[in-house]
Design a protein. Structure first.
Length: 202
């Protein structure tokens, strides 16, 4: 390479630029040295979206029934920050728990029709029938999440603690006409058993 030229190789391409004139760039395909992607077994993080509400907002303390943040549910969904200014994240088992809860909160996705609960289309159905339909929705969506993890594992090195292996048991119970609770027991690739539970409001 001529003197005064620097290069960076990335993803099979060479980016060359002149040290004399750094505004001049040249792209060329690198056919001589193929780039092999490498990965490490690291934990994959996601933003933590569900938080326990302390009913304090703008230095005003509210009762749970009048809290404008959680609207009386004791939890709220938002991006939160640590005292150091970092975004609060989840990984491993907590990440799976959040992923399953996302399924229950997701409506129809035109790009991933196999994912989500489609709850809007279920409104008005008999509770006994709805319980079975939601159970099937959960099974289908968790299997879709497992397939998604498998596809992504070629690019992202998931921890074995957050890779879904199998669904052992899944129960959906109607508490009221509008509230159901679910409990899912799964195994992960690390051979651990995880119980995921939550509620669905329709």
């Amino acid at each position: 390479m001529p003197t005064g030229i620097e290069s960076i190789t990335s993803s099979g391409w060479i980016l060359s630029y002149s040290t004399a004139n750094p505004n001049v760039f040249d792209f060329a395909e690198d056919t001589a040295v193929p780039v092999t992607p490498t990965s490490k077994n690291v934990d994959v993080y996601d933003l933590k979206l569900k938080h326990t509400c302390v009913h304090t907002l703008n230095n005003v303390i509210y009762s749970i029934g009048s809290c404008p943040r959680c609207l009386g549910t004791a939890v709220y969904y938002d991006i939160a920050f640590t005292g150091d200014g970092d975004i609060v994240t989840v990984n491993k088992v907590d990440k799976i728990i959040q992923e399953v809860e996302k399924i229950t909160l997701s409506s129809q996705n035109p790009f991933h029709p196999e994912y989500g609960m489609h709850l809007i289309s279920r409104i008005g159905g008999a509770t006994s029938e709805l319980t079975n339909v939601i159970k099937q929705d959960l099974i289908r969506s968790i299997k879709a999440l497992k397939e998604y993890q498998l596809r992504q594992s070629g690019f992202t090195a998931f921890s074995a603690e957050e890779l879904i292996n199998d669904i052992i048991q899944l129960n959906v119970t109607a508490v009221t006409a509008r509230k159901l609770v679910y409990e899912v027991k799964i195994t992960t690739k690390s051979a651990g058993e995880v119980i995921l539970s939550g509620e669905i409001i329709i």
